[in-house]
Design a binder for this molecule. Structure first.
Ligand code: PRP
Ligand code: MN
Ligand code: MG
Length: 174
């Protein structure tokens, strides 16, 4: 079986939209420092591209989470594989994700972070698949709403491949 990738969002479209969102975020934080939390691994490319374009002071930390497997995934339990290096109390936390799908990962993560008393807590995602939502999540900044197709690139993987594509593509199995 062969895989081909169809372009859904070109590199130019993605870059242009990230620049727009970065300008909006810079304006909204009004000169205050933002503490970006990148959700590994998928969030890593978007985090870097977004961070480069912010005009406010930025600090960064990284978390890695994984679902416990098919069964517990439906209960919304996620395992923290790598926790934050620094505390977030009193900080303007901006969680950065590549995609919100069922919402389980982020709903768990936002609750976990909220309990650590940040000054503010917002969520920024490159992609959102609203029709797949199982758990409600408040998304503050979305670059693109997309249909329910299997997408890769810009951090998103298919069996750990294609994260490095500089555009968003749809995997087509032939
Ligand atoms: C993917 C994606 C989000 C999450 C979204 O991560 O990067 O983090 O799933 O799904 P949800 O809204 O249904 O919870 P994945 O678990 O594949 O790990 P990865 O980022 O390392 O690829
Ligand atoms: Mn992820
Ligand atoms: Mg993945």
């Amino acid at each position: 079986m062969s895989e081909t990738i169809r372009v859904l969002l070109s590199e130019e479209e993605v870059d242009k939209r990230i620049a727009e969102i970065a300008a909006k975020i810079s304006e909204d934080y009004n000169g205050e420092q933002v503490h970006m939390i990148c959700v590994l691994k998928g969030g890593v490319f978007f985090t870097c591209e977004l961070a480069k374009r912010l005009t406010i002071p930025v600090s960064m930390d990284f978390m890695s989470v994984s679902s416990y497997g098919a069964d517990t995934k439906s209960s919304g339990v996620v395992k923290i594989v790598k926790d934050l290096d620094e505390g977030i109390e009193g900080k303007n936390v901006l969680v950065v994700e590549d995609i919100i799908d069922s919402g389980r990962t982020l709903s768990y993560l936002l609750e976990y972070l909220r309990n650590r008393n940040p000054k503010s807590l917002k969520l920024c995602t490159l992609l959102d698949k609203p029709e797949r939502r199982v758990v409600e999540v408040d998304v503050d900044y979305t670059c693109f709403d997309i249909p329910d197709e299997f997408v890769v690139g810009y951090g998103l993987d298919y069996a750990q491949k294609y994260r490095n594509l500089p555009y968003i593509g749809v995997v087509e199995l032939g």
